[in-house]
Design a protein around this ligand. Sequence first.
Ligand code: SF4
Ligand code: SF4
Length: 317
Amino acid sequence: MDYLQTPLKESVRRKAMELGFHAVGFASIRPMYQAMERFRKMISEGRHGEMGYLETGMEARENPSMLMAGAKTLISVALPWPARPKPYDPQGSVSSHAITQDYHLTVGQLLHELLGFIRSKSEVPVGGLVCVDNAPVLEKAWAEAAGIGRTGKNTLLIVPGAGSRIFLGELLLDLAMEPDEPLELDPCGTCTACLENCPTGALTEAGRLDATRCISYLTIELKREFTEEEAAMTEAWLYGCDRCTDACPHNEVKPADSTTLFAPLDALVNLTATDALSLTGSGFRKLFAGTTGMRLGLRRLKRNARAIKERDEKDIR
Ligand code: SF4
Ligand code: SF4
């Protein structure tokens, strides 16, 4: 393929970095056979739990050109978020990615800005599609293909200099641009800190997550009430879980750039199970307005809080 867009590509990369992305990479659109094989295995083994939406959109997941006619290039971006300003609190804790404004909006807005920039610089009309968890895209596999990071034993993408505290987004373009090379990097070596620090054994082996045992899945994704076994697993997490992320040496870095976009909200940093149980509907909406926690809803927040309080009460008895 003749990549006439090389000068444009480099100005797009610069613009993306100016917008605050920590990493940006380019990949040519093609079917993702190997990644889909792993994905289908995960589904057939039931490791996705009750996330039925992962069973849909398989064809598009395998080949993003199903998402946008004529798609030729995928730009993968990573935007870092900061760690919680205070450590895990046994009275109640919200994961660091959720104590700040909703990344879907922020990453989406920045990618739309990037698309506008590309259109303003291109000599030909450009079709584009912004994806931030709103389409079936194998985002980690594409981020690897685009050379912005490698997946660690924690099953998360690790981006050099930013670790795994990153939000990912993708921009599909109908413009052929020269792809970047995948990184030659083993991010983990002999480290096994994430597996050792997972309190539930959800990381059953290196690079293999059983979501049905993962506190993030249980407190965020699971729609129904907990079984007794599930309620016993969630520690003091009201939303998400940072254990494996906090244990990862790659996350000791503090990326200096876009973390200011995700300033922590004190009310969420300090939210306890007792506070959550006393919330009214309007109090919940006020507290979580503009954050990813809004989609959880008050009923499930209280379910998570009850599990914490009931465990505490059992411990006292
Ligand atoms: S988020 Fe928590 S429960 Fe899930 S794998 Fe990581 S440490 Fe384990
Ligand atoms: S904690 Fe260690 S093993 Fe786990 S992802 Fe990070 S570097 Fe890899």
